[in-house]
Design a protein around this ligand. Structure first.
Ligand code: SF4
Length: 347
């Protein structure tokens, strides 16, 4: 594959949309194996990274309310908000709990009937069905103290925004295998059809990623036609997971959503349908939040748009470290800055 990539090499920028791909690329040193003409840039595919500061600030406001438990996946705790983080608030004594599944948050609500439990629902189409399942479980149990603060995001509208940015200049996409496992291939058909961009769905091993790069290069160089290709058929079925899709459809509907670095993107989020409004934290538990700001000097937005690689940020590896992150991209294992810091660029 490397020989074929070398043979077809020409200047090109490819985006790995998924944060897990970014980590796999850094960990395996794939960048160092590629001809220098091929640039791999990270996209807006790390759930914690794309969640804007206003959401973190809102979550912090919730955890300070009396009689409240905020339940979250662990990564979210360390993400700095405008003035604090959930981890810092937890140290100060507020009731923030780390859960491994949205169903754990439902159980928290069952076990703590005198508390209101707010689950921080972040992530893409991969995570949202589990949150839908949690809400349906809460309905079955007749719970009235379980709420969801949704910042779920859908990937395709963000890719349209990226393609409209002149600075990004992308020649092809490595598409997220886990997201496509749920959605199927159809939501990405617009990439070759409307934008004439090669797009390959791939897995997370080094060989999976190399193969996807080779397939994209074959398309770019005209050896193969420009199309959407599924290079992960062992996991991704063309029609995805219909059960998960149906659960999503029942509980959520598209909504405008704010992304770190990309702003508000129409119909890129998921909000609870009116029938499930009783479980909507924003609707039932309004909180006042002061204006949110991004950390000074942090270039997470530019990293998530694929404009720059993490070392272009002057804080990278100096003031901003995984043990003391200044921006969200240094927090999660899927964050581009954390991956570059931990594993290097491989070249
Ligand atoms: Fe933001 Fe830190 Fe990455 Fe700089 S190195 S872009 S401050 S997360």
């Amino acid at each position: 594959m490397l020989a074929e990539i070398q043979r077809l090499a020409r200047p090109m920028r490819l985006m790995e949309v998924c944060g897990t791909h970014t980590t796999a690329i850094c960990l395996s040193g794939i960048r160092g194996m590629l001809p220098p003409e091929i640039e791999l840039v990270s996209g807006p595919g790390c759930p914690v990274c794309v969640t804007p500061n206003c959401y973190i600030d809102q979550a912090i406001a919730y955890c300070k309310l009396p009689g409240m438990i905020v339940a979250s996946f662990g990564d979210m705790l360390k993400v700095p908000g405008t003035a604090s983080s959930l981890a810092r608030e937890k140290e100060a004594g507020v009731n923030v709990r780390v859960v491994y599944s949205p169903l754990d948050a439902v159980q928290l609500a069952v076990d703590n009937p005198l508390y209101r439990v707010v689950f921080l629902a972040v992530g893409f189409e991969t995570t949202a069905p589990a949150v839908a399942a949690a809400i349906l479980t809460a309905v079955k149990k007749g719970l009235r103290n379980f709420f969801v603060l949704s910042s779920h995001k859908q990937v395709p509208p963000a890719l349209r925004v990226l393609l409209a940015l002149p600075e990004t200049k992308l020649d092809g996409f490595l598409l997220p295998g886990h997201v496509c496992m749920i959605t199927g291939l159809a939501p990405y058909a617009f990439l070759p059809v409307e934008y004439h961009k090669p797009a390959v769905v791939t897995g997370f091993g080094a060989l999976d990623i190399l193969r996807a790069i080779m397939l994209i290069m074959m398309q770019v160089s005209g050896v193969a036609e420009t199309r959407l290709e599924n290079a992960y058929p062992s996991v991704v079925r063309p029609d995805g997971n219909p059960v998960a899709q149906q659960m999503l459809e029942v509980v959520f509907e598209p909504d405008d959503s704010e992304w770190r670095g990309l702003g508000v993107i129409a119909a890129s989020g998921l909000r609870l349908r009116r029938e499930y409004q009783d479980y909507n934290a924003e609707y039932n538990l309004p909180v006042a939040v002061a204006e949110s700001r991004e950390p000074e000097g942090c270039r997470c937005g530019d990293v998530l748009r694929g404009f720059v690689q993490p070392p272009a940020c002057s804080l990278f590896g100096k003031a901003c470290l995984p043990v003391q992150p200044i921006g969200a991209c240094m927090v999660s294992a899927e964050g581009a800055c954390a991956a570059w810091y931990r594993y290097g660029q491989g070249r």
